[in-house]
Design a protein around this ligand. Structure first.
Ligand code: KDG
Ligand code: MG
Length: 412
């Protein structure tokens, strides 16, 4: 028994991805996603320079022990770089274990708790007409739930709007007709919370009027509001029955969510930038949120996210795993296996990867009638075509950032 090789593969077919490939002495391979959008090479170095030397000759069967060894053994704990690196090792070890067992990974996690995973896609438009077209296009593609992001009058470029090619390329919002803009420095976008707070409820009113009461609608506040502004937005959206309001306020200060919760019954989702169970400790215990947004890739892998979701389950809080295109097909596959197995699955974010990405990563998942399923191949069900990956070297790419009208940097 033992790991004989650990390779860190960086490829940029439609955007940058970092993948860890482990090989055992029996020739079994496992893949893990370590992609941290905009800071990819920091994780590459963490893995190559610090983690890989510790993996050679380790017993690949001892997943929990390896997790604890990498987490506690580093002395310096938590943080997105560390946790993405640990996640990649953890997922690769689960992939190996499931392949050796001859089972799809979800079987090792307890088997299927449902037939498939309800998924939501990203509809957006600068104007209402564009937004309606985008929602219709998503419904035609089979989506049964949509996230709604809208332009705000007076703001030239804002998060999540398809017609802004830079946002599309860098923010995980990928549209087939828009090429990735890579190699550029971080692009500035605009923000004005008062304009946004006035406009968004009018958009949801129009969307409900056009598409009726049944369609689950989601919205991402992308960390821009203060707690009292978030409370105001949650309350003003109550008539439109959102599935969730995401990242309504940055929650490094978990207690901020108390204030939001006191004022609104709009369900709250948070945590795509959190990376450990400890980031959620208070907001789960006090039931200040309804959905956990962490991705397997960014929250320490299957081992840690499963633990976190089991903690959440005690408080009737469900999963809503992050799934933009900056989570690689390997990270998505891990999410699908975990989501199929746990009892407290809520919804899965799903944006389709580009054609080149799908050539680099061969995948077994299915997408039918609005539901995802990881497939039944042994392991994760993803293989990496190393020759294809080699055609696309890393290209530096940054997320955008925000400034207010007076030039102040604002949360993006
Ligand atoms: O890398 C940043 C993106 O993953 C993020 O902007 C996407 O907020 C996002 C979402 O909800 O998918
Ligand atoms: Mg988000």
């Amino acid at each position: 028994m033992g790991i004989v090789a650990a390779e860190v593969i960086v490829t940029s077919p439609d955007r940058n991805f970092v993948t860890l490939k482990l090989t055992t002495d029996e020739g079994v391979t496992g893949l893990g996603d370590a992609t941290l959008n905009g800071r990819e090479l920091a994780v590459v170095s963490y893995l190559r320079d610090h983690v890989v030397p510790l993996l050679i000759d380790r017993d690949e069967r001892n997943i929990e022990d390896t997790w604890q060894f990498l987490y506690r053994g580093a002395y310096w704990r938590r943080g997105p770089v560390t946790m993405a690196a640990i996640a990649a090792v953890d997922v690769a070890l689960w992939d190996i274990k499931a392949k050796r067992a001859g089972m799809p990974l979800y079987q090792l996690l307890g088997g299927a708790s449902r037939r498939g995973l309800l998924a939501y896609g990203h509809a957006s438009g600068k104007s209402l007409d564009e937004l309606f077209d985008s929602i219709r296009a998503h419904l035609e593609q089979g989506y049964r739930a949509v996230r709604v992001q809208t332009g705000v009058p007076g703001l030239a470029a804002i998060y999540g709007i398809a017609s802004n090619a830079t946002t599309a390329a860098n923010a995980g919002v990928r549209y087939d007709h828009e090429p990735a803009q890579r190699g550029a420095l971080a692009v500035q976008e605009d923000w004005d919370t008062r304009r946004y707070l006035r406009h968004v409820p009018t958009v949801f009113e129009a969307v409900r009027h056009e598409f009726g009461p049944e369609l689950p609608l989601l919205h991402d506040g992308h960390h821009r509001m203060t707690p009292i502004e978030a409370a105001q937005l949650g309350r003003s959206l109550e008539p439109y029955d959102l599935f969730w309001l995401e990242d309504c306020t940055p929650a490094e200060n978990q207690e901020a969510l108390r204030l939001v919760r006191q004022h609104t019954t709009t369900p709250l989702a948070i945590g795509e930038i959190f990376n450990t169970i400890w980031d959620y400790q208070l907001i789960i215990r006090e039931q200040l949120i309804d959905y956990v947004r962490s991705a397997v890739t960014h929250a320490g892998g299957i081992t840690h996210l499963k633990r976190l979701l089991e903690y959440a389950a005690q408080y009737q809080i469900k999963s809503g795993m992050h799934g933009p295109t900056d989570v690689s097909p390997v990270g998505m596959a891990a999410a699908l296996h975990l989501g199929l197995a746990i009892h407290n699955f809520g919804i899965q974010e799903y944006m389709t990867h580009g054609a080149r990405t799908n050539e680099v990563f061969e995948q077994s998942f299915t997408w039918r009638d609005g539901y995802l399923h990881p497939g039944d191949e042994p392991g994760l069900g993803v293989s990496l075509n190393v020759d294809e990956a080699g055609k696309y070297p890393y290209e530096r790419a940054y997320l955008p950032y925000n400034r207010l009208a007076d030039g102040t940097v604002h949360d993006w």
